[in-house]
Design a protein around this ligand. Structure first.
Ligand SMILES: N[C@@H](CCC(=O)N[C@@H](CS)C(=O)NCC(=O)O)C(=O)O
Length: 143
């Protein structure tokens, strides 16, 4: 039996991030095909991925990647230095928050003909397009 189980599907970028973390770390994992909405009661938000390690369960891809890094031997995924690690966490948040929304609105939705809901078009998607430009403009200063 694999060391951990990751519940999700291959096209999910968040699931992919946790699979990458396991692979980089050299941790044997089983991908359990699970679609959004099939994760209750473990994740009340209904999102994938979820990770199981024995009787321990976890959701939110950055938390899962961090757990894998801290728990298993293998090459470190986060730098040891606190500031470098914090910058890593900062960019994880940026990607999970603004960049994924922009990719959804600008690339994935048009490609697959997904029509945004009125609320997401009003709030998240348009706002995230603005934030992505802020990131690009300020990127050289934040490295
Ligand atoms: N912050 C979560 C985001 C997970 C997420 O949004 N997953 C998508 C699939 S790629 C999902 O399950 N969406 C369903 C929904 O939003 O209801 C993480 O990092 O794990």
């Amino acid at each position: 039996m694999a060391t951990i189980q990751i519940y999700g599907v291959p096209p999910s970028p968040f699931t992919r991030a946790t699979r990458l973390a396991a692979r980089e770390k050299g941790v044997d994992y089983e991908l359990v095909p699970t679609r959004p909405g099939e994760t209750a009661p473990i994740n009340p938000l209904g999102k994938i991925p979820i990770m199981k390690h024995g009787d321990f369960t976890l959701y939110e891809s950055p938390a899962i990647a961090r757990y894998i890094d801290r728990t298993f031997d293998g090459p470190p995924l986060w730098p040891k230095d606190a500031k470098a690690a914090a910058l890593c966490d900062q960019w994880l948040s940026v990607v999970c928050d603004s960049m994924v929304q922009t990719a959804l609105a600008g690339v994935i939705a048009p490609r697959f003909g997904i029509i945004p809901s009125a609320s997401s078009a009003r709030s998240g998607w348009s706002a995230s397009s603005i934030s992505i430009w802020r990131i690009i403009v300020f990127l050289p200063a934040t490295r």
